[in-house]
Ligand binder design. Sequence first.
Ligand SMILES: [Zn+2]
Length: 78
Amino acid sequence: MPRRRQREPRRAELPASGLLDWTSSAHWSSEERPCRYCGGGTHLRDSARKPAHKTCAEDALRQQAADAAAAYHSTRLA
Ligand SMILES: [Zn+2]
């Protein structure tokens, strides 16, 4: 029986606005604080109300997903 070729995972196109929707006022603070990822000043807050740039939070999510995928692939049985 011939082996089936594995397909490459489909990659969804991200919207131009990025992965996260932070248009809600819940993501805004009048007080500028250092971003939890890069240390730069920001008025934005993540879902836990911690200071974060939206792009920094999106980069962190991408890294978490890549780490999880790498861990999954490294532990799969051959
Ligand atoms: Zn940042």
